[in-house]
Design a protein around this ligand. Structure first.
Ligand code: ZN
Length: 458
């Protein structure tokens, strides 16, 4: 009896012991291979304040590299402070330097990301980033070029993917953030390797203002490989693209001879049901029109825009958010215009040349800010106000005349119904419905930069 009890206790305690051992073992694993110790430097005097954190690893050579880097940063900061001091430039805030870091581990490589922020007077804090890579499986430091073998190809792919991803972000970017993602190495030096993909870091001022802060995008390894492969097959792809643009349905303009021409234009779309219905109806009637689309809606329904374009209609911009451009700053105007142009271009594969400012609201400054042609209208069906099929239909019929540009909105069912009905009746009276591109080909309109059009009368 006693012996049994003793055995039981022994058994239980050994199980507990094993569990404890396992626990510590797992804890060790969970901590991973991060053998970094943190070093901290704090210096404060009348002239400046410095706070630096940097990692120390078990590889002496690598440590020396990091230490030298930190030293260079620190010395260059102190040098600049002394220069300013000698110039006796007065300042209210204390000059300061702050270096911090974080480490990403993708189970093979550590990516050590430094953020160097400093203040040297004026109104701006400055920031510089740096990334070091260490292959802890093979115990050696790696460079950017070790990780991305074909520099040129990689940069092109990174630039392409960044553009796509930045366009999808719902944050304020520079309207011309293209400069910050040009395929040059300086733009893509801050890349971290994570388990499933890379993180591309854009420090403030690269693609967005300081107020937006750091902008990060994630690219999975799959995506990266796939796009790199696509890049390799770029010649084949180019061929395919020409095939695709050949797919666009255009008609023989001879069939428009002796016809009275009208340009129907549809704003504020694309919209899921109504635009698709309109496209079906236009196809049946062999009518071409022009769509002034909103960037925000192109993002939601790119397939509809692509379909409209492929079916021979013209796509123009109606800006991103339908704001009154006259009330915006230049930077905001640029954002409204350029982001939408990029979205449309990505969707249809060709640049957009025409724009219709929301509310027809414009001034000379806006006109000069873009190289697009501005298209207004001379017939407003007021579909947005009357919301009535018959009134909208009458407004088209009563104003029908060669050379008219008629304003409608493809986001209302009544507008689609009225337009299709009017097309049926006017075609019988010798009218044809044309897109702005067709009018240009016919020599009836010139879609030149900075030019305003209200109609295309002879
Ligand atoms: Zn509008």
């Amino acid at each position: 009896m006693k012996k049994e009890l003793l055995l039981k206790i022994l058994k239980t305690s050994s199980i507990i012991f094993i569990i404890i051992i396992l626990f510590f073992f797992l804890l060790q694993i969970k901590k991973g291979n991060i053998y970094f110790n943190n070093k901290n430097i704090v210096e404060k005097n009348d002239d400046y304040q410095i706070t630096i954190n940097y990692p120390v690893y078990k590889d002496e050579q690598f440590n020396k590299k990091i230490k030298d880097f930190i030293k260079t940063q620190k010395n260059s900061f102190i040098e600049k402070v002394m220069e300013l001091k000698n110039k006796r430039i007065s300042h209210n805030k204390t000059y300061n330097l702050n270096i911090k870091y974080d480490v990403e581990d993708n189970k093979e490589i550590y990516s050590i990301h430094f953020i160097i922020s400093y203040y040297l007077g004026g109104s701006k804090y400055k920031r510089e980033d740096a990334v070091f890579y260490y292959d802890y499986k093979n115990n050696k430091e790696l460079t950017w070029n070790d990780l991305f073998k074909d520099e040129e190809k990689t940069l092109n792919v990174l630039s392409k993917l960044s553009k796509e991803k930045l366009n999808k972000l719902d944050i304020r970017l520079y309207s011309q953030f293209d400069k910050g993602i040009k395929p040059i190495k300086e733009n893509f030096s801050n890349i971290l390797f994570l388990e499933k993909g890379i993180k591309v870091i854009f420090p403030p001022y690269q693609v967005a203002p300081w107020s937006t802060g750091e902008v990060d995008i994630a690219i999975s390894y799959n995506e990266l490989d796939k796009t790199l492969k696509e890049q390799e097959e770029i010649k084949i792809e180019e061929k395919e693209q020409t095939n695709e643009s050949e797919k666009r349905l255009t008609r023989n303009l001879d069939e428009l001879k002796d016809k009275k021409l009208i340009a129907l234009t549809f704003d504020d779309g694309p919209s899921k049901d109504t635009t698709e219905q309109l496209l079906n109806g236009l196809k049946e009637r062999n009518a071409k029109v022009t769509f002034f689309v909103l960037g925000s809606e192109v993002e939601k329904f790119p397939d509809i825009v692509k379909r409209a374009y492929n079916e021979g209609h013209t796509i123009g911009s109606h800006t991103y958010n339908h704001k009154n451009l006259v009330n915006l700053t230049n930077e905001e105007i640029q954002y409204e215009i350029i982001s939408t142009n990029q979205l449309i271009e990505n969707t249809i594969g060709n640049p957009v040349r025409i724009i219709r400012p929301p509310y027809g609201s414009i001034n000379s400054s806006i006109l000069s800010q873009t190289n697009m042609s501005f298209i207004f209208w001379n017939v407003d069906t007021e579909d947005w106000k009357n919301r009535n099929v018959d009134i909208t239909y009458q407004n088209i019929i009563n104003n029908a005349e060669d050379g008219q540009i008629i304003l409608l909105h493809d986001i209302y069912q009544i507008s689609v119904d009225a337009a299709l009905k009017a097309i049926d009746d006017l075609e019988k009276q010798g009218y044809a419905f044309v897109s702005l591109e067709e009018l240009e080909q016919l020599g009836r309109i010139k879609l030149d930069s900075h030019i305003k059009h209200y109609s295309f009368k002879n």
